[in-house]
Design a protein around this ligand. Structure first.
Ligand SMILES: N[C@@H](CCC(=O)N[C@@H](CS)C(=O)NCC(=O)O)C(=O)O
Length: 339
């Protein structure tokens, strides 16, 4: 008899390849400023459900803040623990760190305990995974979109007519860089963003070794690119783009979690990739949209205490300390080598 699928089975138990295969997102509508759009940009109409732990959700939180959409789109954060029922909301009496970690705040959702209920409200026959981020329309009570790359793109442009000059000007997908951005997304998504998961969730040594090797080759490629980047602090020099956001959310979790929990330990960022380390710290320390949305307790607790097949005792490793180094400080070996 085969074992029934569980929400916490990251690799299908009958899949002999041992490979983690990410499902395709199901809700793919768009908020659009085109006349007659089903979901037009409007103040206080949309809500974002996220987890601070999740790198995909983190993309959307950064874009929301960078574009000044905090005044337009509300958000709430689920409990960091992912159990058999999927993501759950905190109860009224629970106190967890971080802003907006609250029960489901939507009118009519007073009895909702889990994110899955938001999915079933939109589609009673929904049969996919109950993932964050979820962009939700409070007016029609429907999920608009649950694919972070698309939500990022929506936030980047579709509210621009409502924004002040400064935020309208923050173009995360500028015309002149579009083909470079798309090229970077292609390999970085597969080898880095998803690569850490494919390494960590692999259930055979072969699948793990193949994916972790490819991941570190790709990190070498990022490092080489950033070493050659003399024009400015961002991936493409003076212009902050989607590529910075999408790489950051994976790399900020790298040393605190992925190195040990996902066995991505050929090197770490702080001692092995100086240009990448500087690029990442610049984003964190100089731009509040990056620092304010990075919640290390949710990040560390979620992975190490939810994935019990990887860490059965749920003991969270203390280090590395600090989670992120100050801009001008290096690990002792790097500092000594510089002298
Ligand atoms: N394609 C989705 C992936 C999102 C995703 O996988 N989110 C994870 C958290 S990091 C999740 O919610 N997983 C819950 C589950 O699979 O049950 C996106 O990029 O928006």
């Amino acid at each position: 008899m085969s074992t029934p699928a569980k929400i916490t089975d990251w690799v299908d138990r009958s899949d002999k390849s041992g490979e983690f295969k990410r499902q395709v997102s199901s809700f793919r509508d768009h908020i659009s400023r085109e006349a007659g759009a089903k979901y037009p940009p409007e103040k206080d109409r949309y809500h974002l459900f996220v987890s601070y732990a999740c790198p995909w959700a983190h993309r959307t939180l950064i874009a929301r803040q960078l574009k000044g959409l905090d005044k337009f789109i509300t958000f709430s954060v689920v409990h960091w623990h992912l159990g058999e029922g999927g993501w759950r909301f905190v109860t009224k009496d629970e106190k967890e760190p971080g802003a907006n970690v609250i029960p489901d705040p939507i009118e009519g959702h007073e009895a909702f305990t889990h994110l899955r209920q938001v999915y079933y409200e939109s589609d009673k026959d929904y049969a996919g995974r109950f993932t964050v981020p979820v962009l939700y329309d409070k007016k029609t009570k429907q999920i608009v979109n649950n694919e972070s790359s698309e939500i990022l793109r929506i936030f980047g442009s579709e509210f621009d007519d409502l924004l002040d000059q400064e935020h309208r000007g923050a173009d995360l997908y500028p015309e002149a860089l579009r083909s470079d951005i798309e090229d970077a997304h292609k390999w970085q998504y597969d080898l880095i963003n998803n690569g850490v998961y494919k390494s960590g969730f692999a259930t055979t040594a072969d699948a793990y070794e193949r994916n972790v090797t490819a991941l570190f080759e790709a990190l070498g490629r990022v490092e080489k690119h950033l070493q050659g980047q003399k024009e400015g602090p961002y991936y493409f020099g003076k212009t902050l783009t989607e590529v910075d956001i999408r790489l950051y959310v994976t790399l900020i979790r790298f040393d605190p979690v992925y190195v040990q929990h996902f066995k991505c330990n050929i090197r770490d960022i702080r001692s092995g990739y100086p240009a990448t380390h500087r690029w990442m710290r610049n984003l964190y320390w100089k731009l509040p949209a990056f620092k304010d949305t990075t919640q290390f307790e949710h990040i560390k607790w979620h992975y190490t205490r939810s994935h019990t097949q990887i860490n059965p005792l749920s003991i969270t490793p203390v280090g590395p300390l600090p989670n992120i180094l100050p801009l001008e400080e290096e690990v002792p070996a790097v500092a000594a080598a510089r002298k």
